[in-house]
Every structure is written in structure tokens, then in C-alpha cells.
Design a protein around this ligand. Structure first.
Ligand code: HEM
Length: 201
């Protein structure tokens, strides 16, 4: 059996499922509201029921997003010279000829993805609560719907890219989402600076 190393704690794994599950259901129901898709709303029990589910899933998503600040915020703000070089070679995604610098626990793409989700998440949450509770104020409703829809577009682009990069594009990564672990030999190749820092190089 290959020696394994823990990359995500049990709390991180559980919270990621809550975040991902609530986010995806919110996106599906939100899409159904936006384009009046009866087929989707009937799965939720009709438009009124879908509205209730959507609102309370929004609360779950907000709490889960808050928990992510404990898990990822510090890492997401730390960039070193190798991270800057990573940007210069576009993470090696555009060419196999470039040399990708050694990475720490998260690459800069993942760190920026987190900050993007956090920013769009805050915008979608504030505008969502305004739509829920401030129905009498026409200006607030107008601005909130605009912000809510723009933030939705950010999620609609970023999340599928994230899912693709964490599954098909990088085989083995999905296991981190399941039990928080990955083979030590893979971790040494993908995240050498993190493995060095935890003394397993
Ligand atoms: C359902 C499909 C999804 C899959 C397969 C997936 C997979 C993963 C994996 C494997 C990681 C750990 C990466 C690592 O440590 O190297 C991760 C991290 C993360 N995921 Fe997801 N994820 C999914 C959905 C989502 C959704 C819907 C959101 C956002 C709302 C999200 C937000 C995050 C964040 C913020 C991180 C930590 C920072 C990062 O790695 O960029 N994920 N995901």
C-alpha cells in the first residue's frame, strides 16, 4: 500500500461537501428562477417551495463560506517568488515546454479561485438577503438583482472550471475531496514545498 499523507482535515472535507452541495443546488434553482424552467422547479415542488429551499440553502452556503475563512484565507493571501513565476508560465497549462516552479500546499490559481469564490460569495449573500428581506425598496431590489446575477455568472464560470481541474484534468486530486488524503509520492511531486515544510520530504 502506498504511503498516504493528509492534505485536508476531516472538518475541511465535510465543510467542502456542504459548500459544494449547497452551491450547486443554489445554482440549479437560481438558474430555474432566472429562465423560468418549470421542469427544474417541479423537482423542488414548484416555484414557491423552490424559493424557500433556495433561501435556506443560501443560509447554509453563507455559514459554510464563513467556515472556509478558517481553512483557506491565510494561505490565500500568501504569495512567494515561485508563485509569481507560476503566473508567468500560466501554471504550465498553456505549454508543456515551460518549467513550472515548485509549489506549496495550494498553487496561486487555487488561492485566487478561493478569493474569487469568497468575494462572489459575499456579494451573492448580501444581495440575496436584500432580495429576501427588503422587497419594499425598489432601488435596493434593482441593484441587488443586478449584483446577484453578476455574482451568479462568476460562479457559473468558476465552479465548472474548478470541478474539471479537480477531477479530469488532475487525476488523483478528487480523492482529497473524499477522505482528505493523497499518496505521499504524488504530494512530493505536486506540492514539494508543503511536503518539505511538514517534514516528509
Ligand atoms: C462538486 C464538485 C467539486 C469537486 C470535485 C471539487 C474538488 C475539490 C478538491 C479536490 C479540492 C482540494 C484541492 C487541493 O487541496 O489540492 C477542492 C478545494 C476547494 N473547493 Fe472544491 N470541488 C467541487 C465543488 C466546489 C464548489 C461548488 C465550490 C464553491 C462554491 C468549491 C470550492 C472550493 C474551495 C474554496 C477549495 C479550496 C481552495 C482551492 O483548492 O482552490 N468546490 N475542491
Amino acid at each position: 500500500m502506498a504511503e498516504m499523507v493528509r492534505k485536508s482535515s476531516v472538518g475541511e472535507v465535510v465543510n467542502h461537501w456542504v459548500l459544494a452541495g449547497s452551491c450547486i443546488l443554489l445554482m440549479i434553482s437560481g438558474y430555474a428562477f432566472l429562465f423560468h424552467i418549470d421542469g427544474i422547479s417541479s423537482i423542488f415542488g414548484g416555484y414557491e417551495a423552490m424559493k424557500t429551499v433556495h433561501n435556506y440553502l443560501g443560509v447554509v452556503f453563507c455559514l459554510s463560506l464563513l467556515v472556509t475563512t478558517v481553512h483557506y484565507l491565510k494561505d490565500a493571501f500568501e504569495y512567494d517568488a515561485d508563485d509569481l513565476q507560476w503566473f508567468k508560465v500560466a501554471g504550465g497549462y498553456l505549454s508543456h515546454k515551460v518549467k513550472v516552479p515548485p509549489m506549496g500546499k495550494y498553487n496561486p490559481g487555487q488561492k485566487l479561485y478561493y478569493l474569487g469564490i469568497l468575494g462572489a460569495g459575499i456579494a451573492i449573500a448580501i444581495s440575496g438577503f436584500a432580495i429576501w428581506f427588503m422587497k419594499d425598496n425598489a432601488t435596493v431590489m434593482l441593484v441587488s438583482h443586478l449584483v446577484h446575477n453578476i455574482a451568479f455568472c462568476v460562479f457559473a464560470i468558476a465552479v465548472p472550471v474548478h470541478i474539471y481541474l479537480s477531477t479530469l484534468a488532475n487525476p488523483g486530486t478528487f480523492q482529497i475531496m473524499v477522505n482528505g488524503m493523497l499518496p505521499l509520492s504524488d504530494a512530493r511531486k505536486k506540492y514539494p514545498k508543503w511536503i518539505k515544510a511538514v517534514g516528509k520530504m
